[in-house]
Design a protein around this ligand. Sequence first.
Ligand SMILES: Nc1ncnc2c1ncn2[C@@H]1O[C@H](COP(=O)(O)OP(=O)(O)OP(=O)(O)O)[C@@H](O)[C@H]1O
Ligand SMILES: [Mg+2]
Length: 506
Amino acid sequence: MEKKPGIFLEAQNITKKFGGITALNNVNINVHTGKVNAIVGENGAGKSTLMKILSGVYPDYEGDLYLNGEKVNFSNPKDAMKKGIAIMHQELNLIPYLSIADNIFLGRELHNALGVLDSKKMHKKTKELLERLNCNLNPKTLVSELRVGEQQLVEIAKALLEEAKLVIMDEPTSAISDSEIEVLFKIIASLKEQGVSILYISHKLDKLRLIADRYIGLRDGNTVGTIENAKEASKEDLIRLMVGRDIKNIYKKDSVDFGDEVLRIENICLPKVINKSTFLLKDINFSVKKGEVLGLFGLMGAGRTELLETLFGLHSKIMSGKIYVENKEVRIKSVRDAIKNGIGLVPEDRKEDGLVLGMEISKNVSMASINNVVKSGFLSTKLEADLSKKYIEALKIKTPSEKQLSKNLSGGNQQKVVLAKWLATSPKVLFLDEPTRGIDVNAKNEIYHLINNLAKKGLGIVVVSSELPEIMAISDRILVLSDTRITGYFDQASANEEAIMKAAVV
Ligand SMILES: Nc1ncnc2c1ncn2[C@@H]1O[C@H](COP(=O)(O)OP(=O)(O)OP(=O)(O)O)[C@@H](O)[C@H]1O
Ligand SMILES: [Mg+2]
């Protein structure tokens, strides 16, 4: 095939099947040189699968790939890298017990003249890469000590190490804050200036619209169209390309009558393990009523995740302060205690804490509420199947059956399984840490309605979200955390984006 001007990569008639499931069906796309080519589509549309084919992760598929007009076959990611293709995966792929630098240089270590590993040089280079991202983590820090957002920054740094000609970013912003997104976008702009092509996937449509040059729509494994001039497309055009119809994008919360107080916390403090006189959380007080949705807003590092984890019994040895459920003081020393006292937590990092990827959906859903599926002392596979079917339907989880292994689901659908697992525990208070991370626009609305319905049933809900419009749409009240303390408190009347942001940067 001839080299076509302005086109870096062309994928023709790509079909990919997993057993009986067709993930991609005759997909055709062009990647334009030096442009941000955005791929949009609902959860399970086939976006990540296509990216894995373009980057050599899946060597067997039907169809052809052309790079600058030359036919290519990648047998592994290294092959693709040699041709200038770097990928940042949606699911973070770092090795927890290795340092940041070791992760970045894994498989492409630097050696000195004597053939010995050159750690000094690798640390220096890592430091430079991180600094480019405005991030001052120590290259020697173990990845297991990093928060999800920090891990995402390391993934970005890793993809930037190679002098790539095409950088694929699959949900690069799902866990990082607005200020880091800004840094990333500046880097994307400078890559573009150097003629590097970008393939970019994200469900954060407002942010996506700031950098996309063109859109390619995927639906159920088919290419459904492109929008060549992104600047001319409205958000509605974009949603129509993804979903195939107009959807009401504005969520309107039904009002709920509050009941009695269900959770109250007093003077919660969490010292740092290493230096007990400094704090991760300091004197946190709040309460939640039955039927109320309390939003927790803050920038990365503010302490939001630490707060939910502390109330969930994950830091019981070092925390201090009091927790009351339905006005009775409770001692929560472990996750088991938390569940027993009616507290559920949908964690931020589904891969680490939420989901056993090698297990069936049905096992994952019933895992934290085994009592639901035991009959006369025995585990009932029928009850187990029924329970998960109920949630597959309610949350519209895209899967051939409840027997599917969780690792075979798309990123967004995995997140829904984690949600189902905690809903099944019938908690009194539910903590949701970034519940719509990686979730498509359509499914986001479903989750907002679900939160609203849970509130109507009398649950008290605490939601952490870094998306301001989202937290404003779903919460009755909003608390802002900054630098370990509560720095703002808003009700529906006083909440506006500017005021909340101001409190978050105190
Ligand atoms: N290893 C696998 N085995 C079986 N099915 C798979 C596998 N990987 C993906 N699938 C299926 O292929 C389809 C496409 O998945 P993919 O991960 O590409 O979706 P996606 O567009 O990236 O979605 P999301 O926005 O949720 O990340 C889904 O139905 C998914 O369940
Ligand atoms: Mg995906």
